[in-house]
Design a protein around this ligand. Structure first.
Ligand SMILES: Cc1cc2nc3c(=O)[nH]c(=O)nc-3n(C[C@H](O)[C@H](O)[C@H](O)COP(=O)(O)OP(=O)(O)OC[C@H]3O[C@@H](n4cnc5c(N)ncnc54)[C@H](O)[C@@H]3O)c2cc1C
Length: 456
């Protein structure tokens, strides 16, 4: 089976590249290969009652399937070059912003109209942060919410299907081979060919991406992983920030180790969730646009960035080992009261039962100091106290810390300004390229490649 364009992975990168390719060149034959299920068939069996922890399904309902890792996310599309990826290093700051703005218009067209766009421009909170040695990064953020995000994905799927895209679900691509007329990809005993090939396999396809690059002689390197916790506290404590900005990305440099700690993925009135990456259970969070689904709590991650130098070159393995340790001790995610952490004691089920903040995720009460290395844990504690100055109450005893949250960075794949590898017409985009780590950057990278291929 031969197509003009074959796309591996139906996450943000894959979806937006197909969308733009067909807009520019209607009638193009495009096939998308996705290891997971169609959107409507995606679900995670963890329900906190009879299934409390990951049972390692053959395809993960959270990470794999149409919509990729972002399908059940909070649907926050950050329009900024300050975080979310380094697409601008390849295509320029102006172009990267233009593409993210364009992605926003598509989201609005396919069901996102009426959702809020927040902005940090002209906010007095920037000054408040600076006065306390905290740095608020500039961004606009479109918050679709988990519910509207789902609607947008469904409408995009219907559109792509109508435009003739052929979808192959539950089709894990094993191998990519360069042939004279383009690329041949293999899924078990079948193969498919395309004149051009876009790989957008996200974070869950990271190990696979490394193998593909090794086989095709494409250079890669991996030297960064972020480790931390998810903080959950009463929504009122952060409401002056979240009501105005929704998501505030605040960076702090620790006094002790001079490490950067930052807030990440803020979910006002949201829920904490567990996440499975290649069998390792970590923590994450999301929230809904629909007020009837609001909770009393806000959650966000505090992450410490770790950059490694030679001879170590497998930063993800470092992050995985720490996550495995927490899984070993807690059977999954561990939760601890901030007060217990400071006093050097484990949170127990009875202390949790008396806690003022009611957790939104059923996790094992435990001791994060047995899991998180001292350097990162000290950084997190310093940051909690720093945030307490701009959002008093953050350092309350009852604030909950869930661990561990690990932000894996995919290996950086060597790509040029068109996101093309050293193999002609083989593109690596989205999170699996290492260039992006967010919905807006991944989507924009897909648009960029489609324009390179079909805009003339
Ligand atoms: C719970 C959660 C919440 C998040 N919230 C946000 C948010 O609010 N805002 C934000 O900007 N980012 C968020 N992110 C990150 C965001 O989802 C990713 O940055 C984005 O999805 C990356 O898009 P992508 O297309 O590169 O990869 P993905 O979305 O990961 O898609 C890759 C797809 O490729 C498929 N695949 C992998 N390997 C193969 C293979 N060999 N063959 C076939 N298919 C394969 C996978 O099944 C997957 O569906 C969140 C992530 C998670 C997990």
């Amino acid at each position: 089976m031969k197509y003009d364009l074959i796309i591996i992975g139906a996450g943000a990168g894959g979806i937006f590249s197909a969308y733009e390719a067909l807009r520019l060149h209607p009638g193009l034959s495009i096939a998308i290969f996705e290891a997971g299920n169609p959107l409507g068939q995606r679900s995670c069996p963890i329900n906190g009652k009879n299934v409390k922890a990951c049972i390692h399904c053959d395809t993960c309902g959270i990470m794999n399937g149409f919509g990729g890792a972002g399908a059940f996310s909070d649907g926050k599309y950050n329009i900024t070059n300050q975080f979310g990826g380094t697409l601008y290093e390849h295509i320029g700051r102006g172009k990267a912003m233009e593409l993210m703005e364009y992605v926003d218009t598509i989201n609005l067209k396919f069901g996102g109209a009426g959702t809020k766009l927040y902005s940090t421009s002209n906010t007095h909170l920037k000054k408040l942060c600076l006065q306390n040695d905290l740095h608020l990064l500039d961004a606009k953020v479109r918050h679709l919410g988990t519910d509207v995000n789902y609607v947008v994905l469904k409408q995009l799927y219907d559109h792509l299907l109508k435009e003739g895209v052929k979808f192959y679900f539950r089709t894990h691509i094993d191998q990519v081979e360069q042939i004279e007329s383009g690329y041949r990809i293999y899924a078990k005993d079948r193969y498919f060919e395309g004149s051009a090939c876009i790989i957008s396999t996200g974070r869950s396809g990271s190990a696979w991406m490394r193998e593909v690059c090794e086989r095709l002689g494409i250079q890669t390197h991996s030297n960064r992983v972020d480790i931390g916790v998810r903080v959950e506290l009463p929504a009122a404590i952060f409401s002056h920030l979240t009501d105005e900005l929704y998501e505030s990305k605040i960076v702090y440099q620790t006094e002790k180790f001079q490490d950067r700690v930052r807030t990440f993925c803020m979910n006002p009135r949201g829920v904490v969730v567990s996440e499975n990456t290649n069998g390792i259970v970590t923590v994450n969070g999301h929230s809904y646009e629909d007020p009837s689904r609001y909770t009393d709590n806000t959650n966000f991650a505090l992450l410490v960035s770790n950059h490694f130098s030679e001879p170590f070159n497998d930063s993800n393995a470092y992050g995985e080992s720490i996550a495995r340790l927490s899984n070993m001790l807690g059977g999954g995610v561990i939760v601890q009261r901030f007060g217990d952490l400071i006093r050097g004691q484990r949170s127990t089920p009875s202390r949790m039962a008396d806690n003022f903040v009611i957790p939104t995720l059923s996790a094992t009460p435990g001791d994060l100091s047995l899991v998180i290395p001292k350097r990162q844990l000290d950084g997190i504690i310093e940051m909690v106290y720093a945030l307490d100055k701009v959002a008093p109450g953050t350092a309350n005893d009852s604030t909950l810390l869930y661990g561990v949250e690990v932000k894996f960075y995919n290996l950086d794949v060597a790509v040029d300004e068109n996101l093309m590898t050293t193999c002609k017409d083989l593109f690596v985009i989205g999170d699996c390229s290492g260039v992006t780590h967010s919905l807006s950057h991944a989507s924009a990278s897909g648009i960029h490649v489609a324009r390179y291929l079909y805009e003339s």
